[in-house]
Unconditional design. Structure first.
Lengths: 100, 202
């Protein structure tokens, strides 16, 4: 299980990617977030933060609650599912990385 | 088919004209001057069509990138059974990808229209009564390429929905670029069915 300090560090990374403040969880919520984020290594979480940062569609809708509810770290790393859930169920969003 | 002169297999080439295109079989060794002339003529016709469509010159050398696409998607899009909705930040290459597909359509003799949505809505806002005329003019081909698509505010949203709905009802294949996907269900239902959605990133 990761420490509350590690959770706070990860929340800071999210906040940096979103370029807006995100409140650190406290009390019971901290325990939930701690348990959830313990599933992911630092490398996996860094990849999630990178994808989150590059996805303006998710910026507006992201919250710690939503991250837990939608298992956003896993879904975003597995492709565009989190985006799809965030925007509309009628889309099947794919990601295309273009080299320039 | 083999070349009558050297007996080597001939290759397929496309000859573009103002009316469409035709397939030609030429030998890469015996017909070098014909192939060179054909390439020059095809490029000239392609550029003429892009100019007529008012496609910005900076995208004229665009080519679509399908390296990350699943094969069924490539097959559907190449046959223009489905369009593509490219979205993402400004400058990531959405329009470049879309114009690549526009060139692909022209080179395969598919009639297409290019619509700059910003121009379209500006013209529309100047006089809403010309909407029907504007719509009829821009939806004359089986494939529509719509650049910088935006749903817009409530003032223009009904017109935008009507436009998308017409594309849907007429069976026109749309290719769109936008900074985002419209979250409204009435747009999402149609666009989700007509297009494959790709978030473009660098």
């Amino acid at each position: 299980m990761i420490t509350p300090e590690a959770v706070q560090d990860r929340v800071k990374l999210i906040s940096k990617a979103l370029v807006r403040p995100v409140a650190s969880p406290r009390g019971m919520k901290m325990a939930e977030v701690q348990e959830y984020l313990s599933r992911f290594s630092d490398a996996d979480f860094a990849l999630f933060v990178d994808k989150l940062g590059k996805s303006p569609q998710l910026h507006a809708v992201f919250s710690i609650d939503k991250m837990l509810r939608d298992d956003m770290v896993a879904t975003l790393m597995s492709g565009g599912k989190a985006l799809q859930q965030a925007i509309s169920k009628y889309y099947k969003i794919n990601i295309m990385v273009v080299k320039r | 088919m083999n070349c009558p002169s050297c007996n080597k297999p001939m290759a397929n080439f496309t000859s573009l004209s103002d009316c469409g295109c035709a397939d030609l079989q030429l030998c890469k060794e015996c017909h070098t001057s014909k192939i060179a002339n054909l390439t020059t003529s095809n490029t000239a016709i392609l550029h003429k069509k892009l100019t007529e469509m008012r496609v910005p010159k900076r995208y004229w050398n665009a080519t679509p990138d399908v390296s990350m696409w699943p094969k069924p998607t490539v097959v559907d899009v190449c046959a223009f059974k489905r369009g593509v909705y490219f979205f993402g930040d400004s400058g990531v290459g959405k329009t470049y990808q879309m114009i690549g597909w526009l060139k692909y359509a022209i080179l395969h003799g598919i009639r297409a229209n290019y619509i700059n949505w910003s121009d379209f809505t500006c013209t529309l806002k100047s006089d809403l009564r010309i909407y029907d005329k504007l719509k009829a003019e821009t939806l004359t081909a089986p494939v529509a390429f719509i650049d910088d698509f935006q749903v817009g505010n409530s003032y223009i949203e009904d017109y935008t929905f009507n436009f998308i709905s017409t594309i849907y009802n007429e069976g026109i294949t749309p290719f769109l670029t936008s900074i985002n996907l419209p979250p409204h269900d009435r747009f999402a239902m149609r666009l989700g069915e007509m297009t494959v959605q790709y978030e473009v990133r660098n």
